[in-house]
Design a protein around this ligand. Structure first.
Ligand code: RIB
Length: 334
């Protein structure tokens, strides 16, 4: 039986566009409508009538709360979640908490008031205020950042393994003098990356001193700021591990402004593998997170929980992947 994706491919449009035509959820051009209707006819496509019959009880809308919509990592994840939602006949309300707990709480209440069928939460971090209390009353799952003790599913990549991969790569290039530009302390992915990085060093009998940890906040500005701070030191490290690509971009820019070339003088590795990392100069070596698979699974597990609210909490880990580009190399002999 033809699916919504088959119709999209036949019509040469996105799944989202087919959903808008089928559900009349957005005005589309006559040309696009005609293309979709023709494809539906050619494929004898029939919308999921069972889903429609449930419509009386469901809003067929999902909520997504992200901590920073300006970070391409989250924008890319949101796109995959939107596609997966539309594939299942759901609309999506995207909320940006701006890493602010009170805003996160306000959005949680907005989504509850709008009676979304369920919510995907990428939290602003572990916080005492329990800012997400309003969504506890509805089906929800946690993505990328888990909050301890919440009775639901958590989907994330294995950040400990990712930190271990980054260190192993730098060690394989004979680096021994590192700094890490870390993310906020109350965000598990940052903490776990550091633990993985330290584990790889320990297996080589090496130790990461506290002075090698530079505090960032996952923004390019914080990476830039820490890159400038490094230039004040008597000696630069031979390698920098930035806990996300945006901070790596910032640090590389600060070094370049001071005539320090990457990777000739300092190697830099990032984390996330956002789209821009392939086009930065130098192209960024990084640890890729599987945005597409994580976003797709988040929707699937949320829909399972909407169908069965008594499901026990489960944790799903995806494996990160080292992506070798041009920002890391052997250390220059000093
Ligand atoms: O770039 C933002 C970071 O915060 C990502 O590494 C992601 O894992 C999130 O936790």
């Amino acid at each position: 039986m033809a699916t919504i994706r088959d119709v999209a491919e036949r019509a040469g449009v996105s799944v989202t566009s087919v959903s808008h035509v089928v559900n009349k959820s957005r005005i589309v051009t006559p040309e696009l409508r005609e293309k979709v209707l023709s494809a539906m006819k050619e494929l004898n496509y029939r919308p999921n009538l069972m889903a429609r019959s449930l419509r009386r009880k469901h809003s067929f809308t999902l909520g997504l709360i992200l901590p920073d919509i300006t970070n391409p990592y989250f924008a890319e994840i949101a796109r995959h979640i939107e596609d997966a939602s539309f594939e299942h006949g759901y609309s999506l309300i995207i909320c940006n908490s701006d890493q602010d707990f009170s805003l996160e709480s306000r959005y949680a209440q907005v989504l509850a008031d709008k009676q979304v069928d369920g919510t995907i939460l990428v939290s602003a971090g572990v916080n005492p205020s329990n800012s997400v209390a309003p969504i506890l009353s509805m089906p929800f799952i946690m993505l990328d950042r888990e909050l301890p003790q919440l009775p639901t599913d958590s989907i994330q990549s294995d950040n400990f393994q990712g930190g271990f991969l980054a260190a192993s790569h730098l060690l394989s290039l004979n680096h021994r003098d590192f700094v890490c530009i870390v993310g906020p302390k109350n965000i598990h992915p940052s903490y776990n990356r550091l633990e993985g990085f330290r584990k790889a060093l320990a297996e080589e009998g090496l130790h990461l001193d506290e002075s090698a940890l530079l505090q960032g906040d996952f923004s390019s500005e914080s990476g830039y700021r820490q890159g400038k701070a490094l230039l004040e030191r008597n000696q630069l490290p031979t390698a920098i591990f930035a806990f996300n690509d945006l901070m790596a971009f910032g640090a590389i820019t600060a070094l370049a402004e001071h005539g320090i070339s990457v990777p000739e003088e300092v190697s830099v590795i990032g984390y996330d593998d956002i789209n821009q990392s392939s086009y930065f100069s130098p192209r960024l070596t990084t640890v890729a997170q599987p945005h597409h698979e994580m976003g797709k699974m988040a929707v699937e597990k949320l829909l399972e929980r909407i169908a069965d609210k008594d499901l026990p909490g489960r944790t799903f880990h995806f494996s990160p992947r080292l992506v070798l580009r041009n920002s890391t190399d052997l250390p220059r002999s000093r």
